[in-house]
Design a binder for this molecule. Structure first.
Ligand code: PLP
Length: 479
């Protein structure tokens, strides 16, 4: 029997050594502090970070599991939820909880709808939901966990939910419709007023996923950008998710899920009152909940305030406009639709955008590669105001470099087409081996062919196997 790669440590390691180890390990990570990551991180600047951390530290070890033991955390949570409900035009009935992130908020909203239907639509034995195909995968995770049937409806040519098609997808067991404000891939706000009106007409619930947009849309609207109504001011919206750890600029681990009424929220809670350990009631999915994350979410909102969010939203939108303009002026690149906020996604029918991605990665930039069609995705936030000049210069250069490599690009296309044809005999663990054997692939350099291949396999069982293998490999300890 082979032993684990790491034995459990017998002795303490000094913090100096630990910090040195972390410093070394972190060198492999994206350099987001310099504004080079257009994904994953939302950063409000050093001074705000320090303020939020001071409050975080006060609750470093505290648990929010039992609100009678830590009433201060219950207060910080309810105050935060109330401030968010106010931001999203909720009246005093609107209530909710802080969760660990968008995914937890969404799973809870789906569970709430399911249990609401169990009580209010007892004839439905197998609930069904209708979502645009642009919704975040967190919904599919929720459907999988909670055994919900669903129909995904193709978005229109403007990449927004097609409400007429959603209506057609409503079945006798449908209980909930979903719209995003905005959806992640292209940053488009779905026609929430129409979706909510349809839901109301059919006596269904309506969830708005404002995870990525919730904490910036109200501010850019106040700055004069044309943002449609998307929250509780829209009649028929029954629940909403919004992530404080995105444009709310709190540390990771904080989102809110809100409901139109207390009656609806009660379906979110889990009770077990027969336990020998005592009466157990829990508002969200996790048992023990980090006090520090709740306190930090409260601190972020209070230390930044509306003035701060407006200032950051203004800078973010100005940066976004500059990137959009550069894309529009480029002969090679094409924006994916008329985006509502500060997500920029572009494609190209002149150059291979995955090759462009590799070139940009080599220059230290990080962002997402999307598929169907291949496109690149940049989530702009406050930190990018300092990096945008360098980014635009690098983008121009990278486009020029890729143009030069047209022949190689042809090769990639050929490779993708071949892989598609040969997908049934693709050996298991392909990606895992690519990751293991090739340093450049690990660094996200020269991955155009691999992404082309993944795009060609999109939605197939082969790709499922590859991704399972990849996850298994990446979450296994290595020396
Ligand atoms: C629209 C949308 N919904 C849900 C999520 C999931 O959020 P989280 O990663 O915090 O679970 C995201 C994340 O990017 C998102 O953009």
């Amino acid at each position: 029997m082979n032993k684990q790669k790491y034995g459990f440590p017998q002795h303490a390691t000094s913090v100096i050594d630990l910090l040195e180890t972390v410093k070394q390990k972190k060198q492999k990570d994206i350099d987001w502090r310099s504004g080079k990551a257009f994904c994953l991180i939302y950063y409000p600047g050093n001074e705000r970070e320090e303020n939020i951390k001071k409050v975080f530290d006060q609750y470093y070890a505290d648990s929010a599991l039992n609100p009678t033991a830590t009433p201060s955390l219950a207060e910080l949570e309810t105050e935060t939820v109330s401030m968010c409900a106010d931001l999203f035009h909720g009246d005093e009935q609107v209530c909710g909880n802080i969760t660990t992130g968008g995914t937890e908020s969404i799973i809870l909203a789906i569970k709430t709808a399911r249990d609401w239907a169990r009580k209010n639509k007892p004839n439905i034995t197998q609930p069904h939901m209708v979502v645009p195909d642009s919704v975040h995968p967190a919904f599919f995770k929720a459907f999988h966990y909670l055994n919900i049937d669903y129909t995904t409806v193709k978005t229109g040519s403007d990449y927004r939910a097609d409400v007429a098609a959603m209506e057609k997808a409503i079945a006798s067991n449908t209980i909930l419709l979903v719209g995003s404000a905005p959806s992640y891939p292209y940053g488009m706000i779905d026609p929430i007023e129409e979706i909510a009106a349809l839901a109301k007409r059919k006596n269904l619930l309506c969830h708005v996923d404002a995870c990525v947009g919730g904490f910036i849309l109200p501010f850019i609207k106040e700055l004069g950008y044309p943002i449609p109504r998307f929250d509780f001011e829209v009649d028929g919206v029954t629940s909403l998710s919004a992530d404080i750890h995105k444009y709310g600029y709190s540390p990771k681990g904080a989102s809110v899920v809100l409901y139109r009424t207390h009656e609806l929220r009660k379906f979110q809670f889990t009770l077990y009152t027969k336990w020998s350990g005592g009466v157990y009631g829990s508002p969200t999915i996790t048992g023990t909940r980090s006090g520090a994350n709740i306190a930090a979410a409260w601190a972020a909102i209070n230390t930044i305030g509306k003035d701060g969010y407006l200032e950051m939203a203004k800078a973010t939108m100005e940066t976004t406009e500059r990137i959009k303009q550069a894309v529009e002026q480029s002969e090679e690149l094409e924006l994916m639709g008329k985006n509502d906020m500060c997500i920029v996604a572009f494609k190209s029918d002149k150059i291979d955008v995955y090759m462009l991605a590799d070139e940009l990665n080599k220059k230290g930039w990080h962002f997402e590669r999307q598929q169907s069609p291949p496109s690149l995705h940049f989530t702009v936030n406050y930190i990018h105001k300092n990096a945008v000049d360098e980014f635009l210069a690098d983008l121009k250069q990278a486009v020029a470099d890729v143009r030069e490599k047209r022949m190689a690009q042809m090769g990639n296309k050929l490779q993708s087409a071949m892989v598609k044809g040969l997908s049934s005999i693709l050996p298991e663990g392909t990606i895992a081996r690519l990751q293991k054997n090739s340093k450049s692939d690990l660094n996200n350099e020269n991955t155009a062919a691999m992404y082309g291949m993944l795009g060609a396999l999109s939605g197939t069982d082969d790709l499922d196997k590859i991704v399972l293998d990849f996850l298994d490999t990446i979450y296994t300890a290595k020396n």
